[in-house]
Design a protein around this ligand. Structure first.
Ligand code: GLN
Length: 230
């Protein structure tokens, strides 16, 4: 599984969120602590952030640790809403920059940790890549973010082995699902982090139970059990 991280709150730099923490996405790209599937995340990375209403992205098919320019620029990218991801490609999936999260429909940035049988997903002209995550993102965008929980449970019903941890943000709201993998939440006082695994040992990190939907506006955090969960 890949690893992802989202921030919604007071402006933070992409460097502070992804590169500086002792177990942040940079370290998770080669040494994740809680990853259940895959040893490292060397098949690409991506970061997206809102610049006003505009979703801007930087994605790559190379390992994050090998990028010669990002560490220099990331401290200068500051936003109230950031979604970052490092990727461990599932077997048979393409390795290309467009297969790296976050995906977007222009309004939302979305990342997927997991795996889903592509034959249960509709073909979409909007998918950015043939990777399962891009097809799933296109389906979620088509159905609308208010139906994220229903879309996840419907896809899980069609593919009972699917792992469907989604993270999505639009600048004022951030949503996530847990379906088969880890997710933790950190309320910092001036914002909320949702991350596949804690990026440091701050005791305020809380684990989100499996098969839940998380919603935050950057201060309040609401967790609800998803339909179909046992
Ligand atoms: N299945 C997706 C891919 O191949 C996500 C993989 C993951 O979560 N490791 O990119």
């Amino acid at each position: 599984m890949c690893r992802h991280l989202g921030w919604l709150g007071a402006p933070r730099t992409v460097g502070e969120l992804l590169l500086d923490p002792p177990y942040g996405l940079l370290v998770q790209s080669y040494s994740p602590r809680r990853q259940k599937h895959g040893l490292m995340n060397a098949d690409g990375w991506g970061v997206g952030f809102f610049d006003g209403a505009i979703a801007r992205r930087w994605r790559s098919a190379a390992p994050l640790w090998g990028d010669v320019s990002f560490a220099s620029v990331a401290p200068a990218l500051r936003s109230e809403c950031v979604v970052g991801a490092v990727r461990s490609a599932s077997i048979g999936m393409p390795i290309e920059p467009t297969a790296s999260a976050p995906f977007t429909d222009g309004r939302w940035l979305l990342s997927h940790n997991g795996l889903v049988d592509r034959t249960v997903l509709p073909l979409s002209a909007h998918a950015e890549s043939t990777v399962d995550s891009a097809l799933l993102a296109a389906l979620i965008f088509d159905r609308g973010m208010p139906r994220l929980g229903d879309t996840v449970t419907e896809v899980a019903a069609r593919d009972p082995d699917a792992r469907l941890n989604i993270l999505a943000a639009n600048g004022s709201e951030m949503l996530a699902t847990t379906w088969g993998d880890t997710l933790s939440v950190l309320r910092t006082g001036d914002g909320v982090v949702l991350a596949s695994e804690p990026y440091d040992d701050d005791p305020r990190w809380e684990e989100v139970p499996d098969r839940h939907l998380v919603h935050t506006d950057g201060s309040a955090v609401r967790m609800t059990a998803l339909k179909g969960s046992v």
